[in-house]
Design a protein around this ligand. Structure first.
Ligand SMILES: Nc1ncnc2c1ncn2[C@@H]1O[C@H](COP(=O)(O)OP(=O)(O)OP(=O)(O)O)[C@@H](O)[C@H]1O
Length: 773
C-alpha cells in the first residue's frame, strides 16, 4: 500500500501532465488566428472559435482538477474544464459532463460503482492535500457503527471548509463541493418548470446558476448563453450573483433586475401595499387591454374625417369609420391594427379618386392619428392612470370605485417626467405587448430567483420572455414578503401557465447559517411558515448569537452600539451586513458619517465595503461573515411581514450574529396566546393552520384597531390572518380576537389585582396608540 506521500507524488504527476496538455492547447489556440489562411472572414471565424475554446480552458494558474473517482478500473479526474492530450485521451472531464455524475451522486447506500472518491486541495496546480472516501469502507463502518449525521447527509470536509471561507460582495461557484441533492436538481431535465423551495442558505441560488452552466454544456450548441435569462429582485442582487457564471466560463448569459423588466424601468415612485397588490393582480391585464382599445374611436364633435385638404381631399363619415374599425381592432397588436387601418384609408382615398394624386403621407398620418393615436407604453399608462374617466370606462364591473380611486394619480406635465413604481414596470410591459407584441428576444431557459414575492403581473412579464416555458424558479415561502407574500407555490406555477411538466423540489440542507444562529432564528418558523420543514443545518458556527440589550427608548444608544458592533466585526476582517429598520436608519447613517466610517448602501446597489447597510427587505438573498441586526422589535413592527423580514435578516450570516435589542431579542407572538388560538380553532372546527396559513392580506393599523386590543397582542400572526374577501374571514377574526383576549385576560387575572384592571386596560390602549386621535 503506497504511503500518502507516494500517492501525492503520483497524483501531482498526473496534474503536471494535464497542465502541460492544457497549456499546449492554449498556445495552439492562441496561434490559430494567425495560422489560418484564406479570406478574412474565414480567419476571423477561426479566431472567434479559438477565443471561445480558450475561454473554456480557464486560467493557466487554475488547478487542472479538484476531484477524482475510481469506477472499476477506470480513473476519472474531474475539473472545471475538459483537458485532452494530443492523442485525444481525456485527462480531465468537465464537472458538467455526464461522466462526472458518479463523482457527485455516489453515496454509501448507492455508490454507483464508485470505489473511491478523492477531493484535492490545491494551491494553483500544486496539490496540498487530498481527502478520500472509500465507499466499501464507508458502507462497512456505517453498518457497524451506524451512520454519522454527516455521512447520512453526504457532507465532506472539503464542503465544510469551503463554507468557512470569508465572503465578499460577489457570490462564488461551488463546483468542487456540489452536494448530491443539489446535483440532481442541477442536471434535471431542461424541459420543465422546476420550482426549488428551500430555507435560507440551502443553496437555491447556487444551484440555479450551476444548473444554467450544466444546461449550457449539455445542450450546446442548441442552447447558447444569450438564450438564458436570469431574473433577480434587484440590481444589488443581480450584481452579487453575476460573477458566478463567467467564473465557470459561461459569459453572455443575460441578467435582468425585475425593476427593469419592461420598456421602462422603475424610477422610484413609492406606493402603499394596497395599490401595489392591486396593480399585481391579473385583472389589470384586462383593464389595460380594454383601455387601450378604447383609445381607438371616431373623434368626438366631428362630422367627417377628412384626409388631405383642398382638391383631392376625401371625407369619411362617422358611420363609415365605425363600421370599418372592427376589421382592425383586437386582431393583433395595437400598432399593427393602426397600420392596417392606415392602409385601408389610403386604399379608399385612391379608390374614390383614381385619377387624383392619392393621399399625401403627412395628411394620411394626421387623419389616422385622430382616430388611432400612436402610443408608447409610458404615454398610454400615464394617460390612463391620470384620468378617472378613462379608468372608469375601462374598468367596467371589474373594479370597485375605491380601486379606481387607488389607481388614479395626477399625471406629470411631460411623459418623460412621470415617475414609475416597481409594480408599474410589469404593467408597462403588459402595455408594450398589447402595443407591439411579445418581446422579439425570447429565452430558451429562464431562472427566477427570490420568486416567492412575485405578483401574477410580474410572472406574466417573465413568462412572455420564455420560448417554451422551460424555467428554474427558486425561492423560500418562509421568506415571502410584500403584497404578494404567499403560502404555496400553486398560484405562481398557475400564473406562469406552461404546458411543460411542473415539479416542486425541496433543498433541505442549510449551508450558510451556522447551527447556533439558525436555532435562534428558527423560533420564528412556527409563526411565519408552520407548514414548512426547517432546513437541516450542516455545521456549527464559531459563536452563539450575541444579544446586546440597550435602553428601551434610547435610539441614539442603539445606533451607536450597532455601529460599534459592526466596526468590531469589520476590524476582525469580516464582511459585515448591518441590517437596520427605517426607525433607526437616519441616526445610524449620521453615526457612520460622524465616525467617518466607509460603508456601502445596499439599497443603492452597493455591496462593496466591509460594512454594508441594508434594510431587512434589501438583504434578501445576500450573505455576510457577520450580521448586526438592529432592533428586532422595530423590524417586526415596521411591516405587515415583520416576522418574515426578521427571519430574513437573522439568516444572512455565515458565522457571527449580533442583535441589538431593547429587551426582546426575538419578539415572538406570545406562546400562550397562540396556544389559546389553536385551542379555540379546534372548538370552532377551524383548521389549526388556517390561523397562520390564511392568505396574507395587508391589514393596516386602523383595521387592526377595529379588531380590538386583544388581536393586536398576537402581533404579526393576527395581522396576517385577515383575508379580505374570504368567507371565513369573519369567523377567523373572531377566533383570533377571542382567543387572544382570553389569553390576555388570564394573564391579567394572574398578575394584577382586579381593582387595577381598568387602569391597565386604559394604559394598554395608550401603549397601542389606540387613544391617539
Ligand atoms: N454544496 C455547496 N458547497 C459549498 N458551498 C455551498 C454549497 N451549497 C451552498 N453553498 C453556499 O451556501 C451559501 C448559501 O447559498 P445560496 O445563496 O445559494 O442559498 P439560498 O438558498 O439561495 O439562500 P437564500 O434563501 O437566503 O437566498 C452560499 O455561500 C453558497 O455558496
Amino acid at each position: 500500500m503506497p504511503t500518502k506521500e507516494e500517492v501525492l507524488q503520483q497524483e501531482q504527476a498526473h496534474f503536471d501532465s494535464a497542465w502541460l496538455a492544457r497549456e499546449g492547447t492554449r498556445s495552439t489556440l492562441a496561434d490559430a488566428g494567425s495560422a489560418a489562411g484564406g479570406p478574412r472572414t474565414v480567419v476571423a471565424a477561426v479566431r472567434k472559435a479559438a477565443d471561445g475554446r480558450l475561454q473554456e480552458l480557464g486560467g493557466s494558474d487554475d488547478a487542472v482538477a479538484f476531484g477524482r473517482v475510481d469506477i472499476g478500473d477506470d480513473v476519472l479526474y474531474v475539473g472545471n474544464h475538459v483537458i485532452s492530450n494530443d492523442d485525444f485521451d481525456t485527462l480531465v472531464v468537465s464537472w458538467r459532463a455526464p461522466a462526472a455524475r458518479p463523482y457527485y451522486e455516489a453515496t454509501f447506500e448507492d455508490p454507483l460503482g464508485v470505489s473511491l472518491r478523492r477531493s484535492f486541495k490545491c494551491e494553483r496546480n500544486t496539490i496540498q492535500d487530498f481527502d478520500d472516501v472509500v465507499f466499501q469502507d464507508l458502507a462497512r463502518r456505517v453498518a457497524e457503527l451506524g451512520a454519522s449525521a454527516e455521512e447520512m447527509w453526504g457532507i465532506n470536509d472539503a464542503l465544510l471548509s469551503d463554507l468557512e471561507a470569508g465572503r465578499t460582495g460577489e457570490m462564488r461557484d461551488i463546483v468542487e463541493t456540489i452536494h448530491q441533492a443539489q446535483y440532481k436538481l442541477i442536471r434535471s431535465d431542461m424541459q420543465q418548470l422546476l420550482v426549488i423551495q428551500g430555507g435560507p442558505g440551502t443553496g437555491k441560488t447556487a444551484v440555479a446558476l450551476h444548473r444554467v452552466s450544466w444546461l449550457l454544456f449539455n445542450h450546446a450548441p442548441d442552447l447558447l448563453p444569450e438564450d438564458v435569462l436570469v431574473v433577480g429582485p434587484s440590481d444589488t442582487f443581480t450584481r452579487y450573483i453575476r460573477s458566478v457564471l463567467p467564473g465557470l466560463g459561461d459569459d453572455n448569459v443575460v441578467y435582468r433586475d425585475l425593476k427593469a423588466l419592461g420598456p421602462q424601468k422603475s424610477t422610484g415612485r413609492n406606493e402603499g401595499t394596497s395599490i401595489r397588490r392591486l396593480k399585481g393582480e391579473l385583472r389589470m391585464a384586462q383593464l389595460l387591454r380594454t383601455a387601450l382599445w378604447q383609445r381607438v374611436r371616431f373623434p368626438e364633435r366631428t362630422e367627417m374625417l377628412t384626409v388631405g385638404s383642398g382638391f383631392g381631399a376625401e371625407g369619411f363619415s362617422r358611420e363609415e369609420i365605425e363600421a370599418e374599425l372592427p376589421n382592425h381592432i383586437g386582431k393583433g397588436t395595437y400598432t399593427n391594427g393602426r397600420a392596417s387601418f392606415r392602409a385601408f384609408l389610403q386604399r379608399e382615398v385612391e379608390a374614390r379618386n383614381p385619377r387624383g394624386p392619392g393621399a399625401a403621407a403627412a395628411a394620411l398620418e394626421a387623419a389616422v392619428e385622430r382616430v388611432w393615436p400612436s402610443l408608447s407604453a409610458v404615454a398610454f399608462l400615464r394617460d390612463l392612470f391620470g384620468s378617472r374617466d378613462r379608468l372608469l370606462a375601462a374598468a367596467g364591473d371589474g373594479f370597485s370605485g375605491t380601486e379606481i380611486g387607488r389607481l388614479f394619480r395626477q399625471a406629470s406635465d411631460k411623459v418623460s417626467d412621470e415617475r414609475w413604481s416597481d409594480v408599474d414596470v410589469a404593467l408597462l410591459d403588459e402595455a408594450e405587448e398589447l402595443l407591439n407584441g411579445r418581446p422579439s428576444v425570447r429565452y430558451r431557459h429562464i431562472v427566477v430567483d427570490e420568486a416567492q414575492d412575485l405578483s401574477p403581473m410580474q410572472l406574466r412579464s417573465i413568462a412572455r420572455r420564455s420560448e417554451s416555458g422551460s424555467m428554474t424558479i427558486v425561492g423560500d415561502l418562509a421568506q415571502s414578503t410584500g403584497p404578494w407574500a404567499r403560502e404555496s407555490w400553486d398560484d405562481l406555477t398557475a400564473a406562469l401557465s406552461t404546458d411543460l411538466p411542473v415539479t416542486v423540489q425541496p433543498l433541505e440542507l442549510g449551508y450558510r447559517v451556522p447551527r447556533q444562529v439558525f436555532e435562534f432564528a428558527a423560533q420564528l418558523l412556527p409563526y411565519i411558515a408552520p407548514g414548512l420543514k426547517p432546513p437541516t443545518v450542516v455545521r456549527e458556527g464559531p459563536a452563539d448569537p450575541e444579544l446586546i440589550e440597550v435602553g428601551e427608548f434610547d435610539d441614539f444608544d442603539i445606533s451607536a452600539r450597532a455601529l460599534a458592533a459592526a466596526r468590531a466585526h469589520a476590524g476582525s476582517g469580516r464582511f459585515v451586513g448591518l441590517i437596520c429598520p427605517d426607525r433607526h436608519r437616519r441616526r445610524l447613517e449620521d453615526e457612520l458619517k460622524a465616525h467617518d466610517v466607509k460603508w456601502a448602501n445596499v439599497g443603492s446597489g452597493d455591496l462593496d465595503s466591509s460594512i454594508n447597510l441594508a434594510r431587512p427587505s434589501e438583504s434578501k438573498g445576500l450573505e455576510f461573515d457577520a450580521v448586526v441586526v438592529v432592533d428586532p422589535e422595530a423590524i417586526v413592527d415596521e411591516s405587515e411581514w415583520g416576522l418574515r423580514h426578521l427571519y430574513v435578516a437573522l439568516t444572512r450570516t455565515t458565522k457571527y450574529l449580533t442583535v441589538l435589542h431593547s429587551g426582546t431579542p426575538l419578539p415572538l407572538p406570545t406562546e400562550h396566546v397562540s396556544d389559546a388560538l389553536i385551542e379555540l380553532a379546534e372548538v370552532r372546527g377551524l383548521e389549526q393552520t388556517a390561523l397562520f396559513d390564511a392568505p396574507i392580506q395587508p391589514t393596516h393599523a386602523a383595521e387592526r384597531t377595529a379588531e380590538g386590543v386583544a388581536s393586536g397582542s398576537v402581533g404579526t400572526v393576527a395581522r396576517h390572518a385577515a383575508p379580505a374577501d374570504s368567507t371565513s374571514t369573519g369567523s377567523l377574526n373572531v377566533v383570533i380576537a377571542t382567543g387572544a383576549a382570553r389569553a390576555l385576560a388570564a394573564d391579567l387575572r394572574q398578575a394584577v389585582a382586579p381593582h387595577l384592571w381598568e387602569a391597565v386596560i386604559a394604559e394598554l390602549r395608550q401603549e397601542l396608540g389606540l387613544d391617539d386621535s
